[in-house]
Structures are given as structure tokens and as C-alpha cells.
Design a protein. Structure first.
Ligand code: TRP
Length: 363
């Protein structure tokens, strides 16, 4: 089967380097490697509204931020269809049909949704739309017959839910939809990049993010204040790598050629780690190295973003074209879905002819 890549992001803020190593970097590589039929990347504004219903302006303002981050990272509208979820009404239709295929107790077991409900303090008043977003996410994926979905680890339960829906749908209505495969980052540090404070996840509310659009000074400051090893008090003390954010970031960003460029005293990351653990290597030096690597990676992204920021109407124009193309694809799938579900009344000449005959014979 030909590959169809699809993924998306909620527009609740600018994208940060956790998004980058978790999925964005991979998407751009996949896009440029070729060998696929289609690549879809979308801005999940309708999903963002499920827990921001009273803050539509936040979602509205962040659509462009995410679009700019996409373009800055190298997503290319000539190769990737970039669109906005809410502009594809077929997704709502498909979600509605999928709702019949999922039980309430199955949704209650979704670990990501469970955690999110706790974090958002919904208590007893979880909005139905939020509770059911894994179903709408299954529609996002299957409306485009995606075969591969590059996302972070937290999206695993959504893909499992999607595959259950696809199997159930195909079993009941006949082979129509495609089971997607998750594409996770292959490096453990990229799977879940911690915040600069060492907390498990980067999040805007914790103020522990490095954004793709942060300027050089902000990045430098963020690394300087980064959490390391609290037991590594003096340079000569042995250092620990576990939970040491600076080393986790190096695992995610460092390539061997960075040593030749910025720190030729070491041949590779293993040598550096060894010295750190032995003692005699200060955090400041390691942080300086990490800063150099991050600046090298982020500078071209910043520059491209700045260029795209000069022509915002053109970015909206690109998004509009993407929506048109995406809508045409989703509409085709929905035609198949309606046919499979036996709700294609007006397109089924046979149905009408047979019923006409039956009723005529009744007299
Ligand atoms: N839930 C994803 C996130 O929070 C966004 C998303 C919505 C998505 N629909 C999707 C990702 C479909 C992949 C495929 O980032």
C-alpha cells in the first residue's frame, strides 16, 4: 500500500523544541525523503477548542503561529498539504458515525484523556466534546486513509482507539477504512523531552519551554538556568546523567560532528559523558556546548520564520488552498463511508428502482 502520512498539532501556543524532536523534525525528513503518496499536516483547532471553549481568541491567534512554525521548520506546501481541521466539515460527520462504535467505558480507559482530565481540573464536568476527542481524532486520521502517523508517545492511546474503530467499522460495513501505524521517535530522549526545569513535560504554564521562535538570548538564558545534577556541587565531584536535563537534551540534539565544530577535546557524546561521570567537568562547559548546538539547529528556523512573517496574507492563502485540497480528499472517503453504511440514498439508483417495483406490486 502506498504511504500516506498524516499528523497535526493543537494551536494553543507556539511550538517548542519538544514538538520539534518529538515529531516536527521527523515530518520534514519524511517529506523530503519522498516515496509516499501524500503527506497531510493539519492545525487541530477544533480539538483545541474542546478544552478552550471559552477562549476562542487564543486558538484563533495561535493558528498562524503554528503555521509559521511549520513553514519555518521546512514543511513545504508544494509537498505537504497543510490545513485547518475546522474547515473540513466531513470530519464532524465521520466523528458522529464513529461515536456509535465506541463505548463510554472504553473512552474512560484512555490514559492520555484520563491524565488530561486531571490536569485540567474538570472534575465532574468534563465536556462531552473533550471526553470524545479520541473519536474525532480517529476521524482526522481515517478521513485521509492515513497509513502512518508521526506523533509523540502520548498519542499512542489515540492510535489504538483509531485502529479499534477501523476494525469495527470494516467488520460491520465491509472493508472501507485503513488502519494507521504510529511512527514514534527512535531515540528515548526525543520521545519525551523534559522541560528546562527537569519536569517531565514542556508546558507553557510551567514556563519551562524553549520555543522554536525564541531569540538567541532567550535560548542562552534558558540553557544557563537548566536543571542538571543537584549532587554535582563542585567541578571535581562525579556527575550523574540520570534526570540531568542538559544530557537529555544532548541525547536529543547532539551529533558527532558537533564535537569537531564546538568541542574537539572529545570525540563523541560517550566520551563526554564518561568524563562528566568521573568528575572534573563543570556544568557550565556542558551548557555552553548545548547552547552552541541548539543555536545551530534553531538559527535557520528563526530566519525562515522571520521571512514568512513578512507576508501573512500569503500564509493564509497557502492554508486556504490546503483546506480545499484536504476537503476534496475527505469528501471522497465520506462518499465511500456513506455507501458502506447504507445511507447513500440518492446515489443508489438500484435502491430506488427496487423499492418502486416493490411498492407498485403491492396494490
Ligand atoms: N492530539 C494531537 C495533539 O495534541 C493533535 C491531533 C489531533 C492529531 N488530531 C490528530 C495528531 C490526528 C495526529 C493525528 O498534539
Amino acid at each position: 500500500m502506498e504511504k500516506i502520512y498524516l499528523t497535526g498539532d493543537r494551536p494553543t501556543g507556539r511550538l517548542h523544541i519538544g514538538h520539534y524532536v518529538g515529531s516536527l523534525r521527523r515530518r520534514v525528513e519524511l517529506q523530503n525523503a519522498g516515496g509516499y503518496k501524500e503527506m497531510f499536516v493539519f492545525i487541530a483547532d477544533a480539538q483545541a477548542l474542546t478544552d478552550n471553549i471559552d477562549n476562542p481568541e487564543k486558538v484563533r491567534q495561535n493558528v498562524i503561529e503554528v503555521a509559521l512554525d511549520y513553514l519555518a521548520c521546512g514543511l513545504d506546501p508544494a509537498k505537504t498539504t497543510i490545513y485547518i481541521q475546522s474547515q473540513i466539515p466531513e470530519l464532524c460527520e465521520l466523528t458522529f458515525y464513529f461515536m456509535d462504535l465506541v463505548s463510554v467505558s472504553r473512552l474512560q480507559r484512555n490514559p492520555t484523556v484520563k491524565t488530561e482530565i486531571g490536569m485540567r481540573g474538570f472534575k465532574e464536568s468534563v465536556p462531552v466534546g473533550f471526553f470524545t476527542y479520541p473519536i474525532s481524532q480517529a476521524a482526522d486520521i481515517t478521513a485521509f486513509k492515513a497509513t502512518h502517523v508521526p506523533v509523540g508517545e502520548d498519542q499512542k492511546p489515540m492510535l489504538e482507539q483509531t485502529n479499534e474503530i477501523v476494525r469495527r467499522f470494516n467488520y460491520i460495513y465491509g472493508d472501507t477504512l485503513v488502519e494507521p501505524q504510529i511512527l514514534l521517535p527512535d531515540n528515548a530522549a526525543c520521545l519525551r523531552l523534559p522541560g528546562t526545569d527537569g519536569k517531565a513535560k514542556m508546558s507553557k504554564s510551567l514556563g519551562n519551554c524553549i520555543y522554536l521562535s525564541d531569540d538567541r538570548k532567550t535560548v542562552e538564558k534558558a540553557v544557563k538556568s537548566m536543571y542538571t545534577d543537584p549532587l554535582h556541587l563542585r567541578v571535581e565531584d562525579p556527575g550523574h546523567l540520570e534526570g540531568n536535563t542538559v544530557f537529555t537534551y544532548l541525547d536529543a540534539f547532539c551529533r558527532t560532528e558537533h564535537f569537531a565544530a564546538y568541542w574537539p577535546e572529545y570525540a563523541n557524546l560517550d566520551e563526554l559523558k564518561e568524563h562528566y561521570q568521573r568528575g572534573g567537568l563543570g556544568d557550565g562547559k556542558v551548557k555552553k556546548f548545548l547552547t552552541a548546538i541548539l543555536q545551530e539547529e534553531l538559527e535557520p528556523i528563526r530566519q525562515r520564520r522571520h521571512e514568512f512573517e513578512q507576508d501573512i496574507p500569503a500564509v493564509y492563502d497557502m492554508l486556504k488552498k490546503g483546506c480545499e485540497k484536504a476537503r476534496a480528499v475527505a469528501a471522497e472517503t465520506l462518499d465511500e463511508v456513506r455507501r458502506a453504511m447504507r445511507i447513500d440514498y440518492f446515489d443508489d439508483a438500484q435502491l430506488i428502482a427496487e423499492q418502486a417495483k416493490r411498492f407498485a406490486a403491492k396494490k
